[in-house]
Design a protein around this ligand. Sequence first.
Ligand SMILES: C[S@@+](CC[C@H](N)C(=O)[O-])C[C@H]1O[C@@H](n2cnc3c(N)ncnc32)[C@H](O)[C@@H]1O
Length: 289
Amino acid sequence: MRHNKFAKKGVRISFFPLVKRESVSLPSPFHHLGIWEVRSRSMDPMRTEAKIVLQEGVPVSLHYDDVYFSKEGGWEESKYVFLEGNRIPEAFSKKEISQIQIGELGFGTGLNFFVTLDHWQRINDPPSVHFVSLEGFPLPSEILHSLNLSFPGKPLWTEALQESYTEQRKRWNLDANDMIWKVQIPHQKSPNPQTTFTLTLYLGDVLECLELFPKIDFWYLDGFSPNKNPNMWSPETLSQIRIHSKKGTRFSTFTAAGFIRRNLESLGFFVQKQKGFGKKREMLTGVLL
Ligand SMILES: C[S@@+](CC[C@H](N)C(=O)[O-])C[C@H]1O[C@@H](n2cnc3c(N)ncnc32)[C@H](O)[C@@H]1O
């Protein structure tokens, strides 16, 4: 592993195993329509392409025909569904906790990561956070950049982060084993210099990545809607979630699908329906008993 100090103060980015690099960017034939395409020379369909169209500034997956976040306000949605749904603000203020592990299914634009990081930076003396996420179809930097335009004034993708993520995506396109992107950010006001927010992002299919997760305290289940993307909600996926949970582990998700509620209950989670974000009637939250 090597470390790379970027110009932006306080951001240390670590790269995992280095292999010989080769650029694989291809122009998208749909570029003029706002569709971006990323291809690798590999035949692995998981690493072949991600097709995205922007609608009102919101990325929409052409694979899954679903949005990455709500058109009614992605930043507020992420706060409502994942931070408040999981009672993260409460956990960040608890003095007796020294480290929190947050697990996410579907890194996408990174919005949930940035919203959580922003909230954490505002707390005076929070615990360290390890934010572990996974992604099978990493987005091109043009789409990541569009996030900055959708949420002006919010601390999102710096150039250094975009560049580093893009490099990792290219490395992974060339070698499926080169699948870990790690970023460590120190707290700006904590009296404890050891207080950090670490992102570990695994690139690959959900089941392959979940096996590598540590025990999680809070899950953000954000893998597109279950009827459009059943893989992210399969019994195997949910059972991996259970394996990487412990008594008291919480989860939240935008979906209120009955079979997801029942399957999580059968794994030992106490599940509740709550009012959903914006026009959404319901969402689910829960805790492992
Ligand atoms: C709703 S989006 C996530 C939104 C994200 N949390 C954000 O803040 O932008 C769902 C994500 O799951 C990813 N995904 C879907 N199926 C997957 C699979 N089988 N394995 C890994 N990632 C997958 C998609 O590529 C997409 O980025």
